[in-house]
Design a binder for this molecule. Sequence first.
Ligand code: FE2
Ligand code: FE2
Length: 183
Amino acid sequence: MKTNQSTESLINISEVRKNAMQSLAQGAVTDDYPLNLKEACLLLNNALASEILCVLRYRHHQIAAKGIDFPQVAAEFKEHALSEEMHVMMIAERINQLGGDADFNPVSIAQRSATEYGQVGDLLSMIKDDLIAERVAIDVYRKLVQWFGAGDPTTRRMLEGILEDEEKHANELCDLLTKVSRH
Ligand SMILES: [Fe+2]
Ligand SMILES: [Fe+2]
């Protein structure tokens, strides 16, 4: 058959089958995984720490904004917290698929995170802190997308999806900043 012939010229199927049967414990990670697995998991664990910190900061801001009686801003903080929580689980699951251990250790989260927890101030300063954190995240995810590149398209696509969310968050915070400044 034509398809099989062209596949055989590109890939040595018997070799691939032989490799697939070895190291079964590695699950989704096959012998031809071209990146440094340890480094891949380390980078993802640092991204995981940033996401956990973002959840904590948004939840803190959500509660504080409620006290300031600005329901629209509190609702936005809550929505972003939910989105960051999804990112936490996406990244943790991918680390697990790559054979790594998703690091939820609270002791090292702040050190490993690219973003900062900050402090609770007035509404404007909270929105500004979150916007800065989103912009840091955008920069980091763009670099991670490049690093995973064609070597690990599954992780890269996941990171691209998260990057898209962070850009949306930054845009929403920017609009909110203008609105609250005018108030
Ligand atoms: Fe996120
Ligand atoms: Fe975000």
